[in-house]
Design a protein around this ligand. Structure first.
Ligand code: ADP
Ligand code: MG
Length: 564
């Protein structure tokens, strides 16, 4: 390996850097939160690796983050004594974006500053946000366990290239130095930095230290001493009492664990005692991640054991249909050396998963009941995933069914806003079924000829067009004792809803059309099972229906498309 080399950023990084600098400038102090967040993650990773390999600490296990500034050099530096980076890691982590959802993210960019700023936020701001305020960034890092002579210096002006050089570094960990752009001198101020750290990073469980400053009456200004002081609370946020945590602190903590730039929509924080003991702090994001439909999407709930970070994205801690939930679970029972394999088998984990699912469902129920606007937002982002729960979580099926929202002939447009309970409360006298129609698109469902008779009779029909709907419906046969019935299937027994007059009329029509029906049967032959006179149409002359027990045409098409 050459001791110094210059490499080009991956094209996506260049694009992201450009966008970031131009669209996030109004919120430029977030670079500090991102660097501190990375330093904290790096310490978590070291503590975890050291469980099996304590030599990594090399006598220094007091993990901490330090923030310094230098007025002469016009630099701000964030350093940690965490895991550090090898040369390969630095090149990969600080030169490319290797994250699921990257393609979706770039395909959604519009060129509109405000919209793109939001998208970048959802995608994750991260290390590259340094270039919002810095004309040059240098990263000095030594991997824990690597010799002094194998440290690296990564440098870039954020244009298109970066250099990596092998250098010496006395201690392990990473130190990121920002050479500020002209006009960013307000960050060269102890008060400003402390204030920003308290606002954005108070929840960080490690000490964040700065050099103490004292008033020098001769120079008549604050001067730095050589003594470090801790500027944050430095205990894990989820271990504090709820009453001692402000909403702002919860929100900033969320941004750290979820790598999100936006506030969360809701959260639930509980200590659970009993057979299994754990603390959960779980958040519902405001936006679906770009990789919600990726099979190998990451970044779920972080697992801690007695405050020691164990792993990101412990998917066993929540059922799949709650995969959008972010946060922390801290178990008092699991062993520190727990592996993903052990998690799969563990009874403690099973208890945690069940308990956590219940908490999240309660949180959503509360939102649906008391914060209708938030719930609308939530459903728009995550409704399709929640629908998976109907099939996945038999124990909570009834609760999940109540959370479902649908488009309907009684509501406007494609927005899914009608609950099954709403539907039931509007059912007509004599109506004993919940009617729905499903199709490939909302437009196709809303224009289905099957709807005609329902419109005429003023009966509400739910309009289903999400890919997951048919699958979900195969698990959701009834709600509140009422059967869910497709209006495209079987003979509709709407007779109970017809008055005497209508019944007599239908009988007459059937009699009159007998010859026509016979002719159609003969000419269609094998292609149909049956031809019958129906009362279900108003404007259309005929329609095709499937037998009660057969697959709907929509599901047949889906299965064909899937090659079955
Ligand atoms: P994220 O934190 O969401 O993964 P970032 O852009 O903030 O993304 O950081 C990119 C990667 O660079 C991190 O995942 C980590 O591997 C590496 N990294 C950044 N800062 C540090 C640090 N202080 N110590 C060790 N690794 C770091
Ligand atoms: Mg980060």
């Amino acid at each position: 390996v050459a001791s110094s080399e210059t490499l080009g950023f991956q094209a996506e990084v260049k694009q992201l850097l450009h966008l970031m600098i131009h669209s996030l400038y109004s919120n430029k102090e977030i670079f500090l939160r991102e660097l501190v967040s990375n330093a904290s993650d790096a310490c978590d990773k070291l503590r975890f690796e050291a469980i099996d390999n304590p030599e990594l600490f090399q006598g220094d296990s007091d993990l901490r983050i330090r923030v310094e500034y230098d007025k002469e050099q016009r630099t701000v530096t964030v350093s940690d004594n965490g895991i550090g980076m090898s040369r390969e890691e630095a090149v990969a982590n600080l030169g490319t974006i290797a994250r699921s959802g990257t393609k979706e993210f770039f395909s959604q960019l519009t060129g509109d500053k405000q919209k793109d700023a939001q998208l970048i936020g959802q995608f994750g701001v991260g290390f590259y946000s340094s270039f919002i305020v810095a004309q040059k960034v240098s990263v000095l890092s030594r991997r824990a366990g690597a010799p002094e002579t194998e440290a690296i210096l990564w440098e870039s002006d954020g244009q298109g290239e970066f250099s990596v050089t092998t250098v010496e570094k006395a201690d392990r960990g990473t130190s990121v130095t920002l050479y500020l752009r002209d006009g960013e001198d307000d960050f060269l101020d102890g008060w400003r930095l402390r204030e920003t750290l308290r606002r954005y990073s108070d929840h960080i469980s490690l000490p964040i230290q700065m050099l103490k400053e004292e008033w020098d009456s001769e120079k008549s200004q604050q001067v730095k001493t050589t003594e470090w002081e801790t500027v944050n609370q430095a205990n894990a946020l989820w271990t504090r009492a709820k009453g001692d945590i402000t909403d702002e602190q919860y929100k900033e903590f969320y941004k750290h664990v979820a790598h999100d730039y936006d506030d969360p929509l809701a959260w639930t924080h509980n200590r659970v005692e009993g057979r299994s003991e754990y603390t959960q702090l779980l958040f519902v994001p405001r936006h679906a991640p770009f990789d919600m439909w990726d099979r190998d999407a990451k970044r779920g709930v972080k697992l801690y054991v007695k405050r020691v970070f164990i792993m990101d994205d412990a998917e066993q801690l929540l059922p799949g249909y709650l995969r959008f939930v972010r946060g922390v679970i801290d178990s008092a029972d699991l062993p520190l050396n727990v592996s993903r394999e052990i998690l799969q088998e563990s009874r403690d984990v099973k208890a945690i998963r069940e308990g956590s699912a219940k908490r999240v469902l309660s949180l959503l129920e509360d939102m649906a009941e008391n914060k209708a606007e938030d719930y609308t937002l939530f459903w728009e982002q995550f409704g399709q995933v929640i629908k998976e729960g109907v099939g996945e979580d038999a124990a909570n099926k009834d609760r999940i069914a109540k959370l479902l929202r649908f488009a309907s002939t009684s509501a406007d447009g494609a927005v899914q806003s009608v609950s099954l309970a709403d539907y039931v409360s509007r059912m007509k006298e004599g109506q004993d079924k919940i009617y729905y129609v499903s199709a490939d698109s909302h437009a196709a469902a809303a224009n289905s000829p099957h709807l005609e008779i329902f419109r005429k009779k003023g009966l509400e029909v739910l309009l289903m067009s999400d890919r997951v709907d048919e699958w979900m419906l195969s698990f959701l046969r009834e709600f509140d004792g009422k059967q869910l019935a497709s209006i495209a299937k079987g003979g509709l027994d709407l007779d109970k809803l017809a008055d005497e007059e209508e019944k007599k009329h239908q009988a007459e029509v059937a009699e009159n059309f007998k010859p026509l029906v016979e002719r159609l049967k003969t000419s269609l032959g094998e292609r149909v099972k049956e031809v019958r006179v129906t009362g279900r149409l108003v404007d259309s002359p005929a329609c095709v229906v499937v037998d009660e027990n057969e697959l709907s045409p929509h599901l047949q098409r889906m299965l064909q498309a899937a090659g079955q």
